[in-house]
Every structure is written in structure tokens, then in C-alpha cells.
Design a protein around this ligand. Structure first.
Ligand code: G6P
Length: 368
């Protein structure tokens, strides 16, 4: 495979910076730009309107894409979603209704646990669909429907552009499901499609936070533990922030649902603990910001990722605000991914780790 880093120091940096183009590429497959409608080009052996449940299974970052998608399918298509990491799912052997839809998300299409979960679902009479970057993979071969993410080869072990491509495709599928199920009107579909189409420009703008993030990352690189908080679809993004930081900087990090803060992690908060709050303005931002104030009151160092509206209501006690453009709350989780990627990347660069090939990790885990 001939892919080079161009002018970038690491593949991960190159892949982070490619995202305005890769998201556009994914969108050109899933959206009819002229009509401002979603366009599902794959032949579906099922009808979204007939489904009573969507089952999603995946590993690592791909699992977190599914965790965001759960909010989208439930909110915009009123389709209940059951999601689990593949290594748990396959042995849990959950009861599945015949004719239901199971979706497997995998960049490589070769992850052993995800493949085993797929085979279990196929044996239970489920429609099996996958969302992959590698069309000639085992998971793609064994799926009745293959949704591509089209982000080009991803070399950095820690997934970046594959996640935003997975999210873009999943958001489009949720809108298609919402239309098929009569939950979304044609006007609502157009509004959501416009939000998707606005993403590449917003992502390019969010990449402009890099200078500020380098400064924050220098301080973050001295931390022993870092807590990431988010609510709703920002909760999986908080988990992704923590996962990325662990993977490449080896700093211990945890992603937590902001509302669960009081039920445990608040005991960890002191002056030495950076707390990264992922809270662009949406229906839940006030709740998240009030959790953030509980951290501030205990001396925690807060780094807030938000937009101008969120920043205006943030209150005191915030050390840093990473400002991202305001977008519709529908696509905000995709945009909020950018600063958490940059934070992990620059922290790892400061620490001098092997960013593209972190210790003990593999790009594709083909053994159990
Ligand atoms: C490994 C990689 C992760 C990836 C996960 C799932 O752990 O290091 O970046 O998210 O596998 O991989 P997949 O190819 O199934 O998306």
C-alpha cells in the first residue's frame, strides 16, 4: 500500500487534517446534494419502516460511532437501538427477533470479535449489514448489505478520519430511517441534510484551534489522569477523547456521562486533575455546564469544548475554552470529535510517544 505522510510528521496528523475532504467524500455517497435529500444507493433487503429494533455491535472507536448513532436512530427515526461491544455481544448471545436488522461497524472489516458477532446474528435470521472502510474484507463479504465509509486508507493505529466518516454515514442512515418510518417530514429531512452538508467547512474551521490546543496539550502532558465529560451524544465523544488520549499518550483517562459525575468520579477531582468538558450548545448544555461548575467548585482545571453560545453561559472557573463553530445539534458530535483528536495527538507529540504505532496496540485485531 503506497500512502505517504506528505508534509505531516505523522499519519495521524495527516488523517486528522484530511477530514474536511473525507467527510465530503462520504457525504457525496449518502446525500443527493442537488435535491438536499439522503440517497441510499445500496439495495436493502429490509424496510426501515418494518423494523422494531436495530442491533449494533463493534469494537473500539467504531463502537463509539455506534454509541452516537443510537441517539440519532432513536431521536430522528424512533427506532430502538441495542448496542454492545462485540466481545461482550458475541458471548451474551442476546435473543434477536427474526427479520431484525443487525449492523456491524468496522474500519478494517477484519476485527475478530465483530466478525463473530456478525456470524451469530446471521445464524439468528437477522438481516446483516456492515459499515466498513475496506470493501474487500471478511465482514463485508459476509454481510448482505455493505455501507462504505469511503475515507481512504487509515494508517495511524488510533482511528480518526474513519470515525468521522462512520458518523457521517450513520447520521445519513438515521435520516433515511426517519423518513421511511414517517418520523421526519420532507422539510425536516432537508434541514438535517443541510446540517450534514455544512460539516466540511465547520470541520476545517475547527482544525484552526490547533495552535491553542498545542498550548493546552503541553499542560495536559503533565497530568496523571484526565476526566472527559459529556451528555447525550457528547457522552460517546467524551469516551472517544479519553480513548484517544490513553491509546497514544498513555495518560490514564476516563470518559463519563456528565450526570454520573456525582456518583463517583467527582471524588477524584482536585487541582491536579484536568477535566475536559465536551458541551457545544444544545438542549442539554445547561445541565452539562452545571456539572462542570461542580468540578470548578472543587478546584478542578476545566477545559471546555463548546461554541460561542455555550461559552457565553459557561460562567467562572473555566481554565480554557476551545471554541468550535456553532452547528446544528444533529451534527455537533461529529464536529466535537476534531478538538478531542487534536488534544490527544499534541499531548502524545509532547510526550514523544510513537504516535502512529502506540505500544501494545494493533491497527486491526484479528485474534480474540
Ligand atoms: C483496534 C484499533 C482501533 C479500532 C478498533 C476496531 O483496537 O486500534 O483504532 O477502533 O481496533 O477496529 P475496526 O477495524 O473493527 O474498526
Amino acid at each position: 500500500l503506497m500512502v505517504d505522510k506528505g508534509n505531516y510528521r505523522h499519519f495521524m496528523a495527516k488523517e486528522i487534517y484530511e477530514q474536511p475532504e473525507t467527510i465530503s467524500h462520504t457525504l457525496s455517497h449518502y446525500v443527493d446534494m442537488g435535491a438536499e435529500k439522503v440517497a441510499i444507493r445500496e439495495v436493502l433487503p429490509f424496510d426501515f419502516a418494518d423494523l422494531s429494533r436495530l442491533t449494533i455491535s463493534a469494537c473500539g472507536t467504531a463502537y463509539l460511532a455506534g454509541a452516537v448513532a443510537k441517539y440519532w436512530f432513536e431521536r430522528y427515526a424512533r427506532l430502538p437501538v441495542d448496542i454492545d461491544v462485540a466481545s461482550e455481544f458475541r458471548y451474551r448471545e442476546p435473543p434477536l427477533e427474526k427479520g431484525g436488522l443487525s449492523l456491524f461497524i468496522s474500519q478494517s472489516g477484519e476485527t475478530a470479535d465483530t466478525l463473530a458477532a456478525l456470524r451469530y446474528c446471521a445464524s439468528q435470521g437477522q438481516h446483516v449489514a456492515c459499515l466498513v472502510n475496506t470493501l474487500e474484507s471478511t465482514i463485508a463479504r459476509e454481510s448482505a448489505v455493505v455501507f462504505p465509509i469511503l475515507c481512504g486508507p487509515e494508517i495511524g493505529v488510533a482511528s480518526t478520519k474513519a470515525l468521522t466518516a462512520q458518523l457521517t454515514a450513520l447520521a445519513s442512515l438515521a435520516v433515511a430511517a426517519g423518513r421511511a418510518r414517517g418520523v421526519l417530514s420532507a422539510e425536516q429531512e432537508t434541514e438535517l441534510v443541510r446540517a450534514l452538508v455544512s460539516l466540511p467547512t465547520a470541520v476545517a474551521e475547527a482544525l484552526g484551534t490547533e495552535g491553542q490546543i498545542m498550548d493546552i496539550a503541553k499542560r495536559l502532558s503533565k497530568a496523571k489522569d484526565v476526566l472527559y465529560l459529556g451528555r447525550g451524544p457528547m457522552f460517546p465523544i467524551a469516551m472517544e477523547g479519553a480513548l484517544k488520549l490513553k491509546e497514544i499518550s498513555y495518560i490514564h483517562a476516563e470518559g463519563y456521562a456528565a450526570g454520573e459525575l456525582k456518583h463517583g468520579p467527582i471524588a477524584l477531582v482536585d487541582e491536579d486533575m484536568p477535566v475536559i468538558v465536551v458541551a457545544p450548545s444544545d438542549e442539554l448544555v445547561d445541565k452539562t455546564l452545571s456539572n462542570m461548575q461542580e468540578v470548578a467548585a472543587r478546584g478542578g482545571k476545566i477545559i471546555l469544548i463548546t461554541d460561542a453560545e455555550g461559552a457565553a453561559t459557561a460562567g467562572h472557573g473555566v481554565s480554557d475554552i476551545i471554541l468550535i463553530p456553532h452547528v446544528s445539534s444533529f451534527v455537533a458530535p461529529i464536529l466535537a470529535t476534531i478538538p478531542v483528536q487534536l488534544l490527544a495527538y499534541h499531548t502524545a507529540v509532547f510526550m514523544g510517544t510513537d504516535v502512529d504505532q502506540p505500544r501494545n496496540l494493533a491497527k486491526s485485531v484479528t485474534v480474540e
